[in-house]
Write a protein that binds this ligand. Structure first.
Ligand code: PGA
Length: 251
């Protein structure tokens, strides 16, 4: 990390009912109330956004959605739009998480549409990219990540790209307890930043935050954050416990 302000984001996935999410948010809010040098975001399930937004009002913790649909409104049963997230109190939205790509048919093309919809509404997209285990083993890590970036960000201007946060999450490290080594992560982060520079110029590349995700824990966060191109973390499992997430925030 250099002079970019770190972002530690918690992805609660399909965990926590409204009351459980309220309890977690209340505890977290008190544990990190004095933190100003790191940006903090949590992304609860849609059903918990309202109650968590109330609790986090006036706190240092930002709220995020876990996904959205690109249309503003309409007959799209089961979907949530960018204006709905915004009105619920979100400032961020996770887009293209590997679980959405794997189980719900998300593609680079749908990621692109969702990023545009988020930006139109002034939400900060946290765009997730990363290779599977088979892709890493067959030396395709860089080509996969490059394609995800090119297609996911296709047609964006530098001004739009400036507003993004990226998250590199090697699929084989998500929820598996296997973290990428700091060198493995740094190598891909550096590559991503170079691709951003080629596509959007030096100033976007120098300011864009690139988070690492995949089995981040209190025990490994400081080594990851010591790497030049790692600007924060997208945390799944360890964000479901207030103490461990607060410990990560205080890397
Ligand atoms: P994990 O999940 O921390 O449980 O590996 C990370 C993520 O999916 O964002």
């Amino acid at each position: 990390m250099t002079n970019r302000k770190a972002l530690i984001a918690g992805n609660w996935k399909m965990y926590k009912t409204g009351p459980q999410a309220a309890e977690l948010a209340t505890r977290l809010k008190s544990l990190v109330s004095d933190v100003t040098d790191v940006d903090i975001m949590v992304a609860p399930a849609f059903t918990a956004l309202g109650v968590v937004a109330e609790i986090l009002k006036g706190s240092v913790i930002h709220l995020g959605g876990q996904d959205l649909f690109w249309e503003v409104e309409g007959a799209y049963t089961g979907e949530i739009s960018a204006p709905m997230l915004k009105a619920a109190g979100c400032t961020y939205v996770i887009i293209g998480h590997s679980e959405r790509r794997q189980y719900f048919g998300e593609t680079n093309a749908t990621v692109n549409k969702k990023i545009r919809a988020a930006l139109l509404e002034g939400l900060i997209p946290v765009m997730c990219i990363g290779e599977s285990e088979a892709e890493r083993e067959s030396n395709q890590t860089f080509s996969v990540v490059q394609k995800q970036l090119e297609e996911g960000l296709q047609g964006l201007t530098s001004d739009e790209a400036q507003k993004l946060t990226l998250a590199y999450e090697p699929v084989w490290a998500i929820g598996t307890g296997k973290t990428a080594t700091t060198d493995q992560a740094q190598e891909v982060h550096e590559f991503i930043r170079k691709r951003v520079e080629t596509a959007f110029g030096n100033s976007v590349a120098n300011t864009i935050r690139i988070l690492y995700g995949g089995s981040v824990k209190p025990e490994n966060i400081s080594d990851l954050m010591a790497m030049a191109d790692i600007d924060g973390a997208l945390v799944g499992g360890a964000s479901l416990d207030a103490d461990s997430f607060a410990a990560i925030v205080r890397f």
